[in-house]
Design a protein around this ligand. Sequence first.
Ligand code: HEC
Length: 442
Amino acid sequence: MSFFDKLVLPQSLEHISLIQFLATLMLMIFIPYIIMLIYGTLLSLVCKYFGKRSETIFFETISKDIIPVVTVNKSTALILGLAPLLMLTLSYAQLFHNYTMLPVKFFILAAVLLLIGIVLVFTYRYSGLVSDILADKKSDDNSEASVFQRRVGNLYNSTGLWSILFLVVGLYMFTAGLSAALHPGDELTSGGFFSVVFSFSVLTRFVLLSLLGLTVSSSIILFRFFHWEGGVQLEDDYAAEIKQFFSRILFISSIVLPVFITLNTITMPVRGVSPVLFLFLFLAMVLVLISLLLQYKMLSSKKFSNFPAIFVLVLFTAFLTVFAEQEAMSNANYRQSLVLAQDFNAYKATLEKTVFPSNTMSGADIFKNKCSACHRFDTKLVGPPYKETLPKYNGDIDKLAEFIKNPVKKNPAYPAMPNQGLKPVEVRAIARYILQEVKKFQ
Ligand code: HEC
């Protein structure tokens, strides 16, 4: 992927930490949103399937009712779903520059699949809506309206399945990218694309994200229906069914979650592990435990009042998982970061050489030819000695260059300094030279 190698600039260690910080922020937005979208859609499809099989109205209705909650709207899908993923891809292209582009390739593949999946989800959502509206209008079998009605029905059925296929595979590829970033250069990635895709590491990480997805989507559904802005007005039976169904899903997925948090940690490479990582994981476990206790209390007392607290706990569990992942990633790639910083220094050196090419005069030459008539470092001639005037620039080469390029009146005890008519490159060279030399006189 020389395209990316051309796109990125070498970076210092500080830049690298900044990029890692940005990547963490992007993941904090992307992961909770995308897993909510995917697993909310999956829950909707499962309900739809149950509804068809058992012919219970409850499941068919709930299938359509939860889709707007978990998909929010199209611009959210762009802002919270695709944009952070693209930013993340660019950040990783920087971090893995000249090293391995495998994580970046996975992210790009994931972005394409997820984009298709998201378009299909919204088709699913709107065709569901339209088919509902059309279902109210009875029409005879051969009329144009009924043909249209059937078509919308088919669209509703097929887009649901296709969307979940693209979304799940997209999420899997994204997970593969995360794993590849954690294992650069070891046996997991050395076999290329397929050895990553079929590795245990990707599998456990994917199950972990899926469980998080189930907890996030079921808790947001409960939160939205029964709490947010006073909740939604529902018939009592229907409300009770929703509470029961989704709080069970939430409970079961929360119980299994710690197992996969542990398994996921075990698959991490040793050089990714650090005390901070364990702290994040420990906190995540504590949050899961508290949320389980709240859920247990709620299920046993049948008083469903803790949805907001549970939702916040679930969201922070997802955040902590992201922190842990990024901590492991930055530890595992510390050596690569040092190499990049080395590249940066080399790049800086060549840059300086091109900015001060040897055919223009060096700082020392300019001093001899253009300045020494009026200046010495330690004694006063026509102009003041450098050792008295330069300290106030504090090593600020830009400020000094500005003066030399365009001298302004400074000290009333001296005449004004005439403009020496130097080229910009020469101005920087002489400024650098005198700042360097004056140190010998201090
Ligand atoms: C014709 C004499 C003359 C030449 C040639 C000359 N200077 Fe000066 N320079 C002066 C005088 C006079 C001042 C004091 C100006 C003032 O205080 O306003 C001065 C002041 C300075 C100062 C102090 C500015 C400050 O902030 O107080 C610096 C730095 C300086 N010159 C750098 C240079 C450099 C570099 C060159 C060669 C490229 C150069 N000068 C060539 C006469 C000269």
